[in-house]
Design a protein around this ligand. Structure first.
Ligand code: PLP
Length: 392
């Protein structure tokens, strides 16, 4: 071929984190077939969907098989019944969002990556360590990225500092991978900074349902955020939709760059490149945000949080510093004895066959840290805790 390809792809760091974890675990298992490995590494849910969610999906699928109720293409921005359920979800924790500002999608990953389509040549800021999608989608589109270190000193919650000027800021709270969540006061500082500097905040709230203290569940809980922030959210971790696929992005009509409405651009982008989420999935998502569905989702989240509590209790007992667990399914711990994160990974795999995620895989500032997730079964988590007690 003689066509030119997107050269920016050459600038992507090798995405080897989960494949490298997989390779090391496979090699260990091949050499030690009698040992059982417990995995607390991947951020995928394990509990099944609530019954009212699968019932809604089945009813919707049956409607599609009946001439009288068949539907074709869904509206690009989501059915009104789901946009209304999302609006009501925000209202349930006291946040006012307009239905026409809500764009339903097939998940937060797509929206995080696709939003770069409507942005021009800006400096992009994001925390380090970071959810890799923010970084890679900006590298693919050739943008300059400035990393804001998330360290024990700032509680893994970077704030605007002297390096920050007008640009696009990715914030994720509760954070993947560190589990840390911004307080209302900290988010207010970010919103005030963004407004004063003319910046845009892209706020990822994928883990909002895990918040159990008074940290905001949405950036729109902060006054002025509707003049400077887009919020991306997902049914994946709230309702177990990692395989079902549904998310949403809120782009307030009040977000203007000069005389251009960001919402109008995002609407145009979605209408051009996206044909909507399937009807059964949107019905399932609306059922998840019904009172009955939300009660079932919160039961599942309570189950994961109990797993997190079991892991946290062990870390407390061993005096190992960590963040997360309380407002997040993730626990982010300092590798004991100053070990590197991959050495600690190997040590746990070899000594007690527990698999976690080395922090270095999320960015240079993740070196020396390790992520454990609470998304496993209770049995697997209890077994991992039992083994870790002997190894730490
Ligand atoms: N945002 C963050 C911070 C995540 O950790 C994840 C998934 O792990 C996503 C977005 C992706 O969510 P979705 O499954 O809706 O694509």
């Amino acid at each position: 071929m003689k066509i030119n390809l997107n050269d920016n792809f050459r600038n992507l760091a090798q995405s080897y984190l989960f494949s490298e974890i997989g390779r090391r675990v496979r090699e260990y298992q091949a050499a030690n077939p009698d040992k059982s490995v417990v995995r607390l590494g991947i951020g995928d849910v394990t509990l099944p969907l609530p019954a009212c969610v699968t019932a809604a999906m089945q009813t919707a699928a049956a409607e599609l098989g009946d001439k009288k109720t068949f539907r074709g293409y869904p509206p690009e921005y989501g059915y009104d019944f789901l946009r209304e359920a999302i609006r009501a979800h925000y209202a349930s924790f006291g946040v006012s969002v307009a239905q026409e500002d809500i764009f339903v999608s097939d998940g937060a990953k797509s929206d995080c990556g696709n939003f770069t389509d409507v942005l021009g040549d800006n400096t992009v800021y994001m925390p380090d360590p970071v959810y890799p999608v923010y970084m890679d989608s900006n590298v693919m589109s050739g943008r300059t990225v400035v990393l804001l270190p998330s360290t024990p000193e700032n509680g893994f919650l970077p704030m605007p500092d002297e390096r920050c000027s007008t640009g696009v800021y990715y914030l994720c709270s509760p954070n993947n991978p560190t589990g840390a969540a911004y307080s209302a006061g900290q988010l207010k500082v970010w919103v005030d900074f963004a407004k004063a500097s003319g910046s845009l905040i892209l706020y990822d709230a994928a883990y909002e349902a895990f918040i159990s203290d008074d940290s905001p569940r949405s950036i729109y809980a902060v006054e002025g955020a509707n003049e400077c922030a887009v919020e991306i959210c997902s049914f994946s971790k709230t309702a177990g939709f990692t395989g079902t696929r549904c998310g949403y992005t809120v782009v307030p009509g009040t977000l203007m760059a000069g005389d251009v409405s960001l919402r109008a651009l995002w609407a145009r982008r979605q209408a051009t490149k996206f044909n909507g989420v399937s009807y059964p999935v949107q019905r399932a998502a609306a059922a998840a945000y019904s009172p009955e569905g939300m009660a079932a989702c919160m039961e599942n989240i309570a189950y994961y949080k109990e797993n997190a509590r079991l892991i946290a209790a062990l870390l407390d007992q061993k005096g190992i510093p960590y963040t997360g667990g309380k407002n997040s399914p993730y626990l982010w711990l300092a590798c004991p004895g100053g070990m590197s994160s991959w050495d600690f990974f190997d040590y746990l795999l070899q000594s007690v066959q527990v698999v976690g995620t080395p922090g270095a895989g999320f960015g240079a500032c993740g070196e020396g840290f390790f992520r454990l997730t609470s998304f496993g079964s209770r049995e697997a988590t209890a077994e991992a805790v039992r083994r870790l007690r002997g190894a730490l």
